[in-house]
Design a protein around this ligand. Structure first.
Ligand SMILES: [Zn+2]
Length: 167
């Protein structure tokens, strides 16, 4: 007797999902995708083509990002809690604090700056506005463009991208 397929691969983070236990799934173009978290489901919903196209299968290299976020406020306890929560996020590879800076490294295929900001904000952290606020908005815009490019089929997707810094 052949065993039925009981796990499905989360297309965003790559985790194996027990289909019978899965509570987060979505039907997209005739296929059913399962997700480990609301986080991964949100990434998928933003740009399904990035995670379902032929390009996804051919090219799953990470898109590493490193951001220096400037904190506007927050006591030490809030900062520590936020650092822990951001560090636990899917796609975040490193997070450290240094004075009023939050240094975050992540894989853009698995998380985006907007999600990181939302998790930090939920822990009571606020980031500097002004020039830094403008810079963060620009980063978020370029991240969206970069993901759109990465989702395009064909070799142009990789050639439009600046070379990634491998760690
Ligand atoms: Zn996941």
């Amino acid at each position: 007797m052949t065993k039925a397929v009981t796990t499905s691969r989360d297309p965003v983070c790559g985790r194996a999902i027990e289909v019978a236990q899965s509570s987060r799934f979505i039907a997209y173009r005739g296929a059913l995708y399962h997700f480990c978290s609301a986080h991964c489901l949100e990434r998928f919903n933003d740009i399904p083509a990035l995670y379902t196209g032929a390009q996804r299968i051919a090219d799953i290299r990470p898109i590493p990002k490193r951001r220096k976020l400037r904190l506007a406020s927050g006591n030490a306890a809030d900062i520590l809690r936020a650092v822990r929560r951001v560090g636990e996020m899917i796609g975040v590879t490193s997070v450290i604090t240094e004075k009023s800076l939050l240094l975050v490294e992540y894989d853009l295929r698995k998380t985006i700056l907007a999600q990181i900001e939302a998790v930090a904000a939920a822990e009571g952290l606020q980031f500097k506005e002004g020039l830094h606020g403008l810079r963060r908005r620009l980063w978020k815009l370029t991240e969206a463009n970069e993901l759109q490019n990465a989702a395009l089929p064909g070799p142009s997707a990789c050639c439009n991208r600046p070379p990634v810094r491998l760690r």
